[in-house]
Design a binder for this molecule. Structure first.
Ligand SMILES: Cc1ncc(COP(=O)(O)O)c(C=O)c1O
Length: 324
């Protein structure tokens, strides 16, 4: 979309993602749910098995290179999708990657962690689930590297800083193109939300274009009020980069599908993963997209959509978790 491309022109960008991603109607799931359900396949952004994080890295790695950095420090859990993409980006662009990962060091790395190793990332395990302790360790790693003379680009969990969120401002332009090419009026976009970056970018895109529908972030861990506050703060900071004001009411989170907590499966999430696999040949995951899809199914089954309504599920990737 030209308007968005023009606004993003001043910001350096690399082509980490393979774009545009496919967009189409899921016919079987639409029949099952009784509404028109479309999917945006951001699980297919190509690089390092894809997912929403590659769009963030289109801008983040360009920023790191523009600032002359030679090292990136990232934070996550052992099965972080973000850290997988970061490790791949380090390999591709010749940057050293240090990951500070919470949780016990597993005997054998699997899933995302196995891939981090393959990409040559240096892993610092912190045996805690306390995010404050993990951040302290990450800052120590950063300080040590700087002491050794490295120029460090430091990223919080999910890469959710304004530069990263620009990836989903760009993603918004692509979605608007998808809607236009399909002559579609969409009422609702649903996606998995956690560290605020994806939704903040989308909301800034919505503010730029004045799109009248609703974006609903299905939280996979953070309570609604906290996540809405985080998203609004990041959306305002991202909006400032492109001189766009963001209204608070654009930020909508639903935390009804978290269950007992981050990464803990719910029956509804398991059901959604199975339905997507068996009806559409699409793999979700049990941490993020399965819970978001559980929300989508519940909205449809409780009459929140009319039969002629067009609804979009933004698939944010994460299915490497299936190989944990
Ligand atoms: C597969 C997947 N979906 C959704 C999200 C949520 O995105 P964000 O952290 O930008 O809210 C993440 C990352 O946290 C993810 O890995």
């Amino acid at each position: 979309m030209q308007l968005i491309d023009d606004l993003l022109k001043p910001f350096p960008k690399e082509k980490v993602s393979v774009l545009p991603t496919p967009f189409y109607r899921m016919n079987d799931i639409s029949d099952l749910l009784g509404s028109n359900v479309y999917i945006k396949r951001d699980d297919l952004t190509g690089f390092a098995f894809g997912g929403n994080k590659t769009r963030k890295f289109d801008f983040l790695v360009a920023d790191a290179l523009a600032k002359g950095c030679n090292t990136i420090v990232g934070i996550g859990a052992n099965q972080s999708n973000f850290c997988r993409i970061l490790s791949g980006v380090g390999a591709k662009y010749g940057l050293a990657v240090h990951l500070v990962l919470s949780g016990a060091k597993p005997k054998t790395p699997t899933g995302n962690l196995l891939i981090d190793h393959l990409f040559g990332a240096i892993i610092h395990h912190v045996d805690t689930i306390d995010p404050v302790e993990r951040m302290e360790e990450a800052l120590q790693v950063k300080n040590q590297l700087e002491y050794q003379g490295k120029k460090v680009y430091f990223l919080p969990p999910g890469g959710s800083i304004p530069r990263g969120a620009l990836g989903y401002v760009a993603g918004w332009g692509e979605l608007m193109d998808d809607f236009e090419m399909n002559h579609l009026e969409v009422s609702t976009i649903i996606h998995a939300s956690s560290s605020a970056g994806t939704q903040a970018g989308l909301v800034v895109g919505q503010a730029i274009t004045g799109w009248p529908g609703q974006i609903i972030g299905m939280s996979v861990d953070v309570p609604r009020q906290t996540l809405e506050k985080d998203i609004f703060t990041l959306a305002q900071a991202t909006g400032n980069l492109v001189n766009i004001n963001v209204e608070r009411e654009l930020v909508r989170v639903d935390d009804s599908y978290i269950g007992k907590g981050y990464g803990i499966r719910t029956a509804e999430c398991e059901e959604a993963v199975t339905v997507f696999s068996r009806h559409e040949g699409i793999f979700l995951d049990y941490v993020y997209t399965g819970k978001a899809a559980a929300g989508l199914f519940d909205y449809a089954n409780t009459g929140k959509f009319t039969p002629d309504e067009n609804v979009v599920f933004l698939h944010t990737g994460g299915n490497i978790e299936l190989f944990e």
